[in-house]
Design a protein around this ligand. Structure first.
Ligand SMILES: [Fe+2]
Length: 192
């Protein structure tokens, strides 16, 4: 039998289920979840446990939870020092990123072409936000962005409005301007 869920993680799930039960708008749900995720990230026991989480190199996510009723998913990412992430979107999903340990930066991009082509896109970076423990950031559907590692190993907890992996999302090649559709990160089930 699986070990019991970490109480602070169960509390977070209960908080999310309460939000989802009372709100029907996905953006509102995700925005209301942000302070609860930030609280979770400040839990020292969770921070300590993350030291033994396996690396997610190779476009993987730890899959901590998928809600059976509402479909939201909670993932973990473990980045090696200096990790460079691809520029991508998350298709139709809303995503809230939270930094648990180390530092990570979130780069946001915008298309500077007319936005009509599905094969190539000229994009430029519009902002970079550096986050450390407790920092949460929201990324809207189809928003173009990249997550970058910091100088040390870093870990993140991610709330997604839907489970990724099977949904086709886009990667943006900054050198050739090609848009590459493909599957999202491989989901690795992992009990918290
Ligand atoms: Fe992302």
């Amino acid at each position: 039998m699986d070990a019991p869920r970490l109480p602070v993680f169960q509390t977070f799930i209960d908080q999310l289920r309460d939000i989802w039960a009372h709100e029907s708008d996905t953006q509102t749900r995700m925005e209301k979840a942000m302070p609860f995720l930030s609280d979770l990230l400040k839990d020292e026991d969770l921070q300590t446990r993350s030291e033994t989480w396996p690396s997610t190199e190779g476009r993987k996510n730890l899959l901590f939870y998928v809600d059976p009723d509402y479909g939201f998913a909670i993932n973990g990412v473990v980045r090696i020092p200096g990790r460079r992430g691809s520029v991508h979107d998350h298709a139709s999903a809303w995503v809230v990123y939270g930094v648990l340990t180390g530092t990570e930066s979130l780069e946001r991009y915008e298309r500077i072409d007319d936005g009509t082509s599905t094969e190539r896109a000229d994009v430029k970076m519009t902002s970079v936000t550096i986050g450390s423990t407790g920092k949460v950031d929201i990324v809207a559907p189809w928003a173009i962005h990249a997550e970058q590692g910091g100088p040390t190993r870093s870990t993140a907890v991610i709330l997604r409005s839907e489970r990724m992996g099977d949904i086709t999302q886009n990667q943006f090649d900054l050198e050739t301007a090609a848009i590459r559709p493909g599957p999202g990160p491989t989901q690795i089930p992992f009990n918290l």
